[in-house]
Design a protein around this ligand. Structure first.
Ligand code: GLV
Ligand code: MG
Length: 356
């Protein structure tokens, strides 16, 4: 690796670009709702969705037909200019770095609506060099467009090389906001044999031992999570870098139960949110990625019982100490962040009574 002084890591990469952030703000992003800005019906719904979802994302990449790429880009510019997003964040997913569209995506979006764009999602990231490319380009364009706060970068983890390099990707720039799992592209790139967009597969299972040697008899099977290893690896890389991990798409819109399970697994492992491909999934994500009343009740009880935060106490026959207090504070802090933008949650959390 070539040398770079730690001091220079936080210098803008272009003259006149805003200074990089030293910390990525913990803004709620439980659901990142995808819309196709080239689809007039979908685009017309966007202003009404402001305030109902943490993140609205104008998608320019996969799922937008090649013939519609320019219309999608222009549609996003028009929507962004015409809409006041309030506390809802506006993100985009640009085309991949090996496509003929991505350069104009960035030039147009940053110079025309750079002051409205919070995060640029970069698909099919292979290594830190992809982040460096976007990092410098964003700085040049921010300077050109007079953008006053740095636009952040979110990488999608959807290539085998990307997974191998995930730590370096997470640490590649102070602009790195987070990483999402891209199970469809990743499955294809790895030559996995599932054809589903995220979620489990009935063939990926473990089976109970035969009862009384009856191999063909009734043996309970347990479906396993195909994505566990990748999500766990991504969560570690993000936590190390001080950025945020996300689950990605769950393609079976009708199976709201399995979507909820997949989202909850990701939440329990450390993810802060997921993608939403349909308004139905927003409600699920908002619920799953917000700590439950029971979680907060327990967490606040531990905080209270632990006093100055040191030592150990017994609650309901369970040991609590400095470390389990920290676990509880993860939930208490998250609840506070979410309550600050979600009045219904605030009311819910405010009414919780703590037992001794
Ligand atoms: C998302 O982009 C995916 O490929 O799963
Ligand atoms: Mg993809």
């Amino acid at each position: 690796m070539s040398h770079k002084s730690p001091k220079d890591f936080f210098a803008p990469l272009a003259v006149g670009a805003p200074a990089p952030l030293r910390e990525i703000p913990a803004r709620p992003s439980r659901a990142i709702h995808f819309f196709d800005p080239s689809n007039p019906k979908m685009a017309a719904k966007v202003p009404d969705m402001v305030g109902t979802v943490d993140v609205l994302l104008g998608n320019l990449e996969d799922a937008v037909k090649a013939d519609n790429k320019l219309a999608a880009r222009q549609g996003l510019v028009d929507i962004a200019k015409a809409t006041d997003f309030g506390k809802t964040q506006l993100w985009t997913r640009i085309n991949s770095l090996d496509s003929p569209w991505v350069l104009d995506d960035l030039v147009t979006l940053v110079t025309e609506i750079g002051d409205k764009l919070d995060v640029v999602m970069v698909p099919k990231v292979q290594g830190p060099e992809d982040i460096h490319y976007v990092d410098r380009l964003l700085a040049q364009l921010e300077a050109k467009g007079g953008v006053e706060r740095p636009i952040l970068i979110h990488a999608i983890l959807e290539t085998a090389r990307g997974v191998a390099n995930v730590e370096e990707i997470a640490l590649a720039s102070p602009r790195m906001q987070g990483i999402s799992l891209g199970p469809a592209d990743l499955a294809a790139d790895r030559k996995m044999k599932t054809t589903r967009v995220g979620g489990g597969h009935p063939g990926y299972l473990v089976r109970q031992d035969p009862v009384d040697g009856d191999i063909q008899g009734n043996r309970t099977i347990f479906q396993q999570d195909l994505w566990h290893y990748t999500i766990a690896k991504m969560v570690d890389a993000c936590a190390e870098a001080g950025i945020y991990p996300y689950y990605g798409p769950f393609g079976d819109i009708t199976d709201v139960v399995a979507a909820e399970d997949q989202f909850r697994n990701a939440f329990l492992l450390g993810c802060v949110g997921t993608w939403s491909l349909h308004p139905k999934q927003i409600e699920i994500a908002n619920r799953v990625f917000s700590p439950s009343v029971e979680d907060i009740k327990h967490a606040r009880r531990v905080v209270k019982a632990m006093g100055d935060g040191t030592g150990a106490v017994m609650l309901d026959g369970k040991m609590e100490d400095d470390a389990s207090l920290k676990q509880c504070l993860v939930l208490v802090d998250l609840a506070e962040e979410l309550a600050a933008i979600d009045p219904k949650l605030k009311e819910l959390y405010d009414t919780i009574e703590i037992e001794d």
